[in-house]
Design a binder for this molecule. Structure first.
Ligand SMILES: Cc1cc2nc3c(=O)[nH]c(=O)nc-3n(C[C@H](O)[C@H](O)[C@H](O)COP(=O)(O)O)c2cc1C
Ligand code: SF4
Length: 676
């Protein structure tokens, strides 16, 4: 039956219980854990994924006590009075035929409050709070707290726990010499540094009995200069197994490390080779993780023998039915996670609820409900960028007759975005919409600029205008010079770009253009080995942290001299996404792109671009000036319908152009369609 993905969809027998397939929905803290009424919403979120036939779900990290909380108001499970809300989750998952584990996560020095603790008093570079050094009795109390949380999780009906031992949190802080400078029985040798984790696993196993899942998330490649070596990793895996772990999951990197591990520029399945190195050292099943986002990639990872099970976290924000669709051999209908982080991790870092760019229902399952339409209408959608596509698909899903127009091709600005290095995953988004346009029989008119007269058709009940944006041209003397190009000219490949370039405007699009020009001769394919080398990661794992000995990135040089300029007198890229902005800045810096802030533009002429900065004039002798100075709404068609009494809406960039935002555009499209 499962002819395309036999390994992925094969059950996994754990002896005392069976998992339906090899798919683990990886741990994700969503922000609902702390929200008022959040557990009801979390229960619905997990229930949809359980209904979607995920083999095993893990919750986001929950602290075993107050000091282990990531932030002062983060969630903890440490007393019987917390059980009731967790039971909402476990019964919702079980009612839908799923299994779920609770992740126990103690933040250690990553805690964002003054009570943070760690094995040694060493501040992390990403928290303002210097942790307190745990005393020996404090360590004993913390181990007990972990065990108590596991016991409570069992009472709440969870099928097991995942003990979070990676990504630089407390357990990892004990294991690493980077953060553990102790000279007692909890520091020094790897036996001593792993003792904390070992006692937690042993203690939990003793209390919960043998027939309960105990997963350990092991830091297999921490990417720290003075991090774990491979012998340490093997030791931990063997010890975790002998202490009673049922499954070992893979953790990659520490949060403070400046090497991307989950961003879109990380090739798919870039780290499964790390998990594979452990396969012969232990007998319990191994789970691999990070940037596995399609059933095809997951199947090939398993076929290659890299692991026994695949963890996918964000792909389950993007599509709750990932597994069901794989079972039906319909992978082209999967809404693929494009690894943008824009609505999930970036939101969590801003203290907002996680959701998903391509699936605005994620974590809003009880609020954004898509139901069959009460009255079938003919809905006309003009403009098929993100907002129009999302609106058309959802309206058709509800049973409406949908007629869609675009002056060009389906996709709008997504057709540009997908050409930018690291944004190729947008191809999947287009593939997904094409699938549903075909499945729902949406009447599609491409390369046709529709007029207000055409829309004044009695057959049409609702008109949705999603005509997007056009680039804004700033008032600079010489802006009409032939060396001036718009970002569309450049990314579409329509115009040739010279070897000396000034990019005016350093928002998301300015950075995109710079990265496009660094790579415009590349073929766009993702080569894991080349990428690992670029970021100084050593596939042979010869030194600590799995880093190459010179520890320098190979992101160097550029065939072009590039200037990236902005008017605002602040560091460039400050407003890019929290979890990915640093990567873009680092890539451009290492490629010698000159980033200049606080610029006013004086003149463009045959010599180049003349700028003034802090009172000083400078001539940038460039062949081209590329304008990335924002965009304006294309709302003329909507304005032309002003006197029409038809039901009409304006959405996406045509409604608000400020900074191109596919997250807002798709959400607006789906929300509107849900109400029509
Ligand atoms: C919003 C969000 C929250 C996360 N929270 C946790 C967490 O609480 N515990 C954890 O171990 N990993 C957490 N992760 C990391 C994921 O488990 C996973 O390792 C990472 O997203 C890479 O896998 P993916 O490419 O399949 O998403 C989180 C990831 C995201 C996107
Ligand atoms: S917001 Fe982006 S990275 Fe996050 S789950 Fe959705 S598509 Fe994936």
């Amino acid at each position: 039956m499962h002819d395309q993905y036999p390994k992925l969809l094969e059950p996994l027998d754990l002896g005392f219980t069976q998992l339906k397939n090899r798919v683990l929905m990886g741990s994700m803290h969503t922000g609902l854990e702390e929200a008022k009424g959040g557990f009801e919403k979390l229960a619905a979120f997990y229930a949809e994924r359980a209904k979607g036939d995920v083999g095993l779900i893990v919750t986001g990290g929950i602290s075993p006590g107050f000091v282990g909380r990531l932030s002062p108001f983060a969630s903890q499970l440490s007393s019987k009075r917390h059980l009731k809300k967790h039971q909402l989750i476990t019964s919702a998952v079980h009612d839908n035929g799923g299994k779920i584990c609770l992740q126990i996560l103690h933040a250690g020095r990553y805690a964002y409050h003054p009570f943070a603790v760690s094995p040694s008093r060493i501040k992390s570079p990403i928290s303002p709070f210097k942790p307190w050094q745990l005393t020996r009795s404090g360590i004993r109390r913390t181990i007990k707290a972990f065990v108590k949380t596991a016991v409570l999780a069992q009472q709440a009906g969870y099928d097991g726990v995942e003990v979070m031992g990676s990504e630089g949190y407390l357990i990892n802080q004990f294991i690493s010499l980077h953060t553990n400078h102790r000279s007692d029985e909890w520091g020094g040798s790897i036996e001593n540094r792993f003792r904390f984790a070992h006692e937690i696993i042993t203690g939990i196993r003793e209390q919960v009995g043998k027939d309960w899942i105990l997963m350990y998330r092991l830091s297999m490649l921490d990417l720290l200069n003075d991090g774990s070596n491979w012998e340490d990793v093997v030791y931990q895996a063997k010890q975790a197994e002998s202490a009673g772990a049922t499954l070992i999951n893979t953790g990659i990197g520490w949060h403070e490390v400046r090497i991307p591990t989950i961003a879109a520029s990380v090739p798919r399945a870039a780290f499964t080779w790390v998990t594979k190195r452990l396969v012969d050292s232990i007998t319990i099943p191994l789970i691999t993780s990070n940037r596995i986002n399609t059933p095809e990639v997951a199947e090939s990872v398993l076929s290659n023998g890299d692991a026994d099970m695949i963890s996918m976290a964000r792909p389950f924000l993007a599509d709750a039915d990932f597994v069901l669709k794989a079972q039906k051999n319909e992978s082209s209908s999967i809404n693929t996670c494009i690894a943008c982080n824009q609505a999930c991790l970036d939101n969590v870092f801003k203290g907002k609820r996680a959701t998903c760019m391509v699936n605005p229902r994620a974590c809003y399952e009880t609020e954004l409900v898509i139901e069959p339409a009460e009255k079938i209408k003919t809905v006309v959608i003009v403009g098929l960028g993100p907002a129009g596509l999302a609106c058309a698909k959802t309206a058709a899903e509800r049973g409406h007759r949908v007629i869609a127009y675009d002056a060009h091709d389906l996709g709008g600005q997504l057709n540009l975005a997908r050409k930018v290095p690291g944004k190729e995953e947008f191809n999947e988004t287009l593939r997904y919409y094409r699938h549903y346009f075909y499945q729902y029989d949406i009447e599609l008119h491409l390369n046709h600029r529709v007029t207000a007269e055409e829309l004044n058709n009695d057959e049409y009940d609702v008109i949705v205008i999603a005509t997007g944006v056009t680039p804004r041209m700033p008032h600079i003397v010489g802006i009409e010079h032939e060396k001036v190009l718009s970002y569309i000219d450049v990314i579409s490949g329509e115009k040739t770009v010279g070897n000396k370039v000034a990019i005016v405007g350093a928002g998301g699009i300015g950075f995109d253009v710079a990265e496009y020009l660094l790579n415009d001769e590349a073929d766009g394919s993702q080569n894991v080995d080349a990428w690992l080398k670029d970021w100084s990661i050593d596939r042979n794992y010869d030194s600590r942290g799995g880093l190459l000995n010179d520890k320098k990135t190979n992101l160097t040089g550029s065939k072009r001299k590039m200037y990236l300029l902005q008017r605002k007198d602040e560091k460039l890229g400050m407003r890019l996404g929290k979890t990915t902005g640093w990567i873009h800045r680092m890539v451009l810096k290492n490629h010698d792109v000159e980033m200049i802030e606080g610029v006013s533009y004086q003149k463009i002429d045959d010599d180049g671009l003349r700028i003034i900065r802090h009172g000083e004039t400078r001539m940038l002798a460039v062949d081209n000036v590329i304008i990335c100075a924002g965009q304006k709404s294309n709302s003329e068609l909507y304005d032309a319908l002003k006197n029409s009494d038809k039901e009409k809406y304006l959405i996406g960039g045509a409604y608000k152009a400020a900074e191109l935002d596919a997250v807002a555009a798709i959400r607006q499209g789906v929300e509107l369609a849900a109400k029509l």
